[in-house]
Design a protein around this ligand. Sequence first.
Ligand code: GDP
Length: 362
Amino acid sequence: MENNNKKYSALHEKAGISPPEIISSSAVEQIQESRKIQPSSIELFRGILSGNITALSRAITLVESSNSNHLTKANEVINACLPHANKSIRIGITGVPGVGKSTFIEVFGKHLTGLGKKVAVLAVDPSSTISHGSILGDKTRMEELVKDANAFIRPSASGETLGGVARKTRETITLCEAFGFDTILIETVGVGQSETAVHSMVDFFLLLKIAGAGDELQGIKRGIMEMADAIVINKADGDNIRKSNLAKVEFGSALHLFPAKKSGWTATASTCSALTHDGIPEVWQTIEKFIELTKGNNYFQEKRTEQNQYWMLETINEQLKSNFYDHPEIKKLLDSTKSAVQNDEISPFAAAQIVLKRYFKE
Ligand code: GDP
């Protein structure tokens, strides 16, 4: 390559013209790649099935796009992938910032790939629109997992609404499953409604906590605890072990106070350390027990069917909403009715009726 470049430069010198910038072969490949016409949906689908990671990433980018042509193409790829999807375990992981989610996912993910699993890590983070990816955005947070050939990490999609972000992740699951990932980890941050959205797309929901100073049950939303199939108290290492064990007992008894779950599963409380790896294999063993139980009593499949129906309705809701709010005439009318409501010229309900009637052309 270097020799060729030298010859090339000498020729240009002889001819009295300055040689063109010498570019490396990888840069040439990149240029060729970018000049290629975009792959068709069938090419993307075939690429995904044959384990081509570029095809998977490109298909996810289509899913995340707001361009309507991309959306049509994304839907074609997803539909083609559907019969090949569904064969994974989907695990939701939540916890407040600082609890150790990314450290845990890195260690847990490595444990799973060590067991021969293929792991995809996705995220639902509605705040990423503002912060450009506060979770998973920075891949260096999972340095080891990023390098693992059997792992795939995709930061949260961005979007205007939680519903939009969650839908994109939901569809990305299908693509990842068709690709062959058998364990999907979905991270979400313990704020707002994002846990509910993640809960509605996973089989198992794990809440990460850290031991506090005896106030374990405070500051935790009852709803999140009720959704959890397991509470794992992280950072149970060094001086923190005793406190973590106490927290485990406290959470364990609190979990028993909740009504029995439809799954027949009783949520568990345990401790782990993402630093020392203590308790990490046990988390997977708990999940395996859950899967065995719920596949045995058919809850696993029933829940997935229910979730599919939920996502169909969610998607309709989302599309109706964006179609309504993006409508130029409605936008204008909303502006004027908003100020009329602000000035008490019209009641909020009457104003809403005016806008809705215009939309439905009544
Ligand atoms: P996230 O915001 O929930 O993703 O939390 P991070 O994974 O970024 O962890 C926050 C901090 O806690 C980092 O400084 C980690 O090194 C530390 N950390 C995470 N897990 C453990 C653990 O098991 N033990 C200890 N001692 N520190 C941990």
